[in-house]
Design a binder for this molecule. Structure first.
Ligand SMILES: C[S@@+](CC[C@H](N)C(=O)[O-])C[C@H]1O[C@@H](n2cnc3c(N)ncnc32)[C@H](O)[C@@H]1O
Length: 233
């Protein structure tokens, strides 16, 4: 992932992430005086839909935090690596588009659970199957493993959490071209671990155009899953 170096182009190319962030905010329905901590807040796509003065928004990327701070100044912002540092204690923990980057989501969720206040809850949202299925059929190499809803729910349970509810959304996005779609991946910073040679990339782009052209460009399926979980104790 290259989020820190792509912070300046993230917002412009993160249309699907923003679309889902609004839905996730509706799913959260946070009510003050919950103390809310957000992980991987980026430029504040989710933060801006909440009562932001009650939100401690964090991100591992200093460049993202700088931009988030300008976009949603009422929230409290700080740099925090949610995969390696201890998060502050909160009664509500939230994120959108972060957990799927964890090397081992069960270990990460187990750690996050330790910083939930008694009676607290967490709501984490992640892209899930069938997100970007059209592209992945042509280029299976991916910087993250792709999981379906049932698998994600079982990972939460394996971390010793009780899943209270979940919701999955799908969204069809039209991009001007297959190349634009791939530029979007690069400019939001989600690429980096995987390298595909130029010949294969050109072939995949041609194939994508042949298979998924619609009026106005090419179509891509996006899917997002929000999960609310609580401690058992
Ligand atoms: C796909 S973006 C999502 C940003 C925002 N939540 C949104 O919905 O637009 C993922 C964010 O997670 C951040 N991130 C990646 N690894 C992280 C980590 N270990 N701890 C905290 N944030 C991290 C990135 O810097 C990036 O801002």
């Amino acid at each position: 992932m290259r989020f820190d170096v792509c912070a300046h182009t993230y917002e412009e190319h993160a249309g699907p992430q923003r679309f889902f962030a609004e839905l996730v905010a509706g799913f959260i329905g946070a009510k003050p005086p919950e103390t809310v901590v957000e992980f991987g807040a980026g430029t504040g796509a989710l933060t801006r839909w909440l009562e932001s003065e009650f939100v401690h928004a964090t991100d591992a990327s200093p460049a993202m935090v700088k931009r988030g701070c300008l976009a949603v100044p009422n929230a409290q912002w700080s740099v925090l690596d949610a995969f390696s540092q201890s998060p502050p204690v909160a009664s509500l923990q939230i994120s959108s588009g972060l957990l799927h980057w964890a090397e081992d989501p069960v270990v990460t969720l187990f750690r996050w659970k330790q910083s939930l206040a008694p009676g607290g809850r967490m709501i984490h949202a992640i892209p899930c199957e069938p997100c970007l299925t059209e592209w992945r059929a042509l280029v299976p190499e991916s910087p993250v493993p792709w999981r379906g809803e049932a698998e994600w729910l079982s990972l939460f349970e394996s971390a010793g959490l009780r899943v209270a509810r979940s919701q999955r959304w799908t969204h069809q996005v039209v991009c001007a071209s297959a190349l634009e779609l791939v530029h979007g991946f690069h400019r939001t910073g989600v690429t980096g671990r995987v390298r595909v040679g130029p010949g294969r990339l050109r072939q995949a782009l041609r194939r994508y155009e042949a298979l998924h052209s619609v009026a106005g460009g090419v179509q891509a399926t996006w899917a997002w899953l929000a999960v609310e979980a609580r401690r058992w104790d």
